[in-house]
Design a protein around this ligand. Structure first.
Ligand code: ZN
Length: 306
């Protein structure tokens, strides 16, 4: 199949109350491992590359690999994650990405609206979908007191105005998640009440960033092999399930894949001291990623939706 645009898949997901997994990919192993999971579970999949992944692997390499991945029986979206650099976003749109995010969340409101509209205009010409972001996803240090936390979360009325003014296709919102692995002391709870309000006012597929669950067994495996990852955990599974009932239709997964990949590498290096073939050392990491991706797909309810 050719690569799919994100918009119709996400609208369908929001309507039927499941979420499409958006996995961050930056090399062949991760790409093949998440594809194996999506094909096995018959789930649509969004393969997303950050600007960091593009700097690491090169846009042409990533596009070539993802185009090959799209030769499969499931819908595959190629998405630019957290695009901030307008020339890079334009290059992605013209090079075959079927979806791009413009992340203007750190800009003043009016500037975010203006730049998002600009990206939407480019994207429409190429039938590319646009994810925009409102509200800031902050690190733990920014969320210490309650007032600061409220200010960092998405305001429902502002979200509605933003969606209308920009005409974006999906909207990333801040309801209590944060990027990275080690942000929460103990478990966190998403602001589901706020999400309900946003969902009533914004009739678009909503996107959740920073929603890694930091799976206990993967973390334990990593720590068993000497990783120093601290006590932090991620978002609760039941919060994710609840969020999907209220309009979240795309969930980004990056940290959980990184944890699985590095845990698998640590285990292989420790268990196979005589092996010098990188393919053998990377195989357990790939299997672990497939396992994590299957669990996410089941949690998001996107299996058998392809
Ligand atoms: Zn993100």
């Amino acid at each position: 199949m050719p690569l799919s645009p994100a918009k119709p898949l996400l609208i369908e997901a929001r309507k039927k109350k499941y979420a499409i997994p958006a996995f961050n990919v930056n090399n062949l192993e991760i790409l093949k491992a998440v594809m194996a999971a999506a094909v096995k579970e018959k789930s649509p999949i969004i393969l997303q590359t950050s600007e960091g992944a593009i700097h690491y692997a090169g846009m042409e390499y990533l596009i070539a690999m993802i185009r090959v991945a799209a030769n499969s029986p499931i819908p595959v979206v190629m998405h630019l994650d957290h695009g901030k650099d307008l020339p890079l976003i334009k290059r992605a749109i013209e090079s075959g990405y079927t979806s791009v995010m413009f992340d203007g969340s750190s800009l003043p409101y009016d500037e975010n609206v203006a730049k998002t509209k600009h990206v939407v205009e480019w994207a429409r010409k190429h039938a590319v979908s646009v994810e925009a972001e409102i509200g800031a996803l902050k690190g733990m240090e920014d969320l210490v007191d309650v007032k600061a936390k409220d200010a960092a979360l998405t305001n429902p009325d502002e979200a509605a105005r933003f969606a209308q003014e920009t005409d974006c296709d999906s909207l990333a919102i801040a309801i209590g998640t944060a990027h990275g692995a080690f942000k929460f002391k103990g478990k966190t709870h998403l602001d589901i009440e706020r999400l309900e309000k946003i969902s009533k006012l914004v009739d678009l597929p909503l996107v959740l960033h920073g929603a890694s669950g930091v799976l206990e067994d993967v973390l334990a495996l990593a720590e068993h092999h000497g990783a120093k990852l601290g006590k932090a955990r991620g978002v609760l599974d039941e919060d994710i399930t609840e969020a999907i009932k209220h309009g979240i239709a795309k969930i980004n997964i990056d940290t959980d894949l990184r944890l699985a990949f590095t845990a698998g590498i640590r285990e292989a290096v420790a268990d196979m001291p005589k092996v010098i073939d990188p393919r053998e050392l990377l195989a357990p990491a790939s299997h672990l990623i497939t396992e994590v991706a299957v669990r996410k797909i089941k949690m998001f309810g996107s299996m058998n939706r392809a």
